[in-house]
Write a protein that binds this ligand. Structure first.
Ligand code: ING
Length: 298
């Protein structure tokens, strides 16, 4: 199966969802022309990365959230995917009827059915304004930690699982999916080039840690991974690109070259996952769970 990654360049605060969806659809049509059957979009694909901004009354930011999916803004994307017979996944900010705010992603079948919903588990950053920081990163202020856990679903004959951004840095994410036989892990991300207490950390180091996390996770669980950025400049704030497709041996088999809207794609032979799962990473034969207690109870 040819799998695609639809990297999205910066979305400015003032940019309406309709414009963003049109950009997403253009990439989907390009993907279809190049034989892509499943397409991966970034985290928070519909809006700017607003957790960089502090607001006292969080309700002021509810307009960044979707209360239903699909909805008027995204229905055209669902309709196009169905017409093209393409499965896809994308991230958005979810406001539930109960008033809960999640950083969410979904997997949609070629027939337009939402097969799986995932809510981001690992929220980086902080909940209150931190004057010591050069850049705020307030995901803990605007989102609840996800309540879905890590699940897989079979779509288009492939066992697929979702993670979102910071999740990729935690081995627990990957092994939770690996233990369910995952063959394709999708990861949308928005990673600021500076958001720590010191601004001198180089972007090369950040990009290295991103790629290291994805390649290690894929290799250690013998799965493909597609990690796709929303990147470039958003109202002057930079997020790095580096979208990649990684094979079950941990090799990068496709990589974005720019920081704008860009399609990457690769032919994925999911039978390749079986070798690692039956040899080096045959979990049943080699893991010793009696010694792993610290991972789950600390
Ligand atoms: N962003 C970043 C990420 O995990 C971050 C936060 C940046 C963590 C740099 C560590 C280093 O890629 C999101 N949205 O999780």
């Amino acid at each position: 199966m040819i799998v695609g990654g639809a990297q999205i360049g910066g979305i400015q605060k003032a940019e309406p969802r309709a414009t963003v969806v049109a950009r997403m659809m253009a990439l989907m049509e390009q993907a279809h022309r190049q034989g892509v059957q499943f397409l991966v979009y970034p985290e928070m694909t519909l809006t700017t990365f607003f957790p960089r901004f502090y607001v006292e009354d969080r309700a002021e930011f509810d307009h960044w959230f979707e209360t239903e999916m699909p909805n008027a803004a995204t229905q055209p994307l669902f309709d196009l995917a169905r017409r093209l017979g393409m499965g896809f996944t994308f991230g958005y900010c979810e406001l539930t009827p109960e008033g809960q705010h999640f950083n969410t992603s979904i997997i949609v079948s070629p027939g337009g059915e939402i097969l799986s919903t995932y809510r981001k588990t690992h929220l980086p950053g902080h909940a209150d304004h931190d004057p010591a920081r050069t850049h705020q990163h307030l995901e803990k202020r605007y989102f609840l930690a996800g309540d879905t856990g890590f699940n897989v679903v079979r779509n288009q004959g492939v066992i697929m699982g979702m993670a979102i951004c910071n999740d990729r840095r935690w081995p627990e994410t990957w092994r939770s999916l690996g233990l369910q036989g995952v063959e394709l892990v999708t990861i949308g991300y928005n990673t600021p080039s500076q958001n720590n207490l010191s601004a001198e950390e180089g972007i090369e180091r950040r990009v290295y840690h991103h790629e290291l996390s994805v390649c290690a996770g894929a290799y250690q669980n013998s799965t493909y991974a597609v990690a796709v950025a929303k990147c470039g400049l958003e109202d002057g704030n930079h997020m790095f690109a580096g979208s990649i497709i990684v094979d079950p041996d941990g090799f990068v088999i496709a990589r974005a070259t720019g920081e704008g809207d860009e399609l990457i794609l690769a032919e994925c032979d999911f039978d390749k996952c079986a070798f690692g799962k039956s040899t080096v990473f045959n979990f049943a034969a080699h893991r010793r769970i009696e010694h792993y207690g610290r991972i789950t109870n600390q």
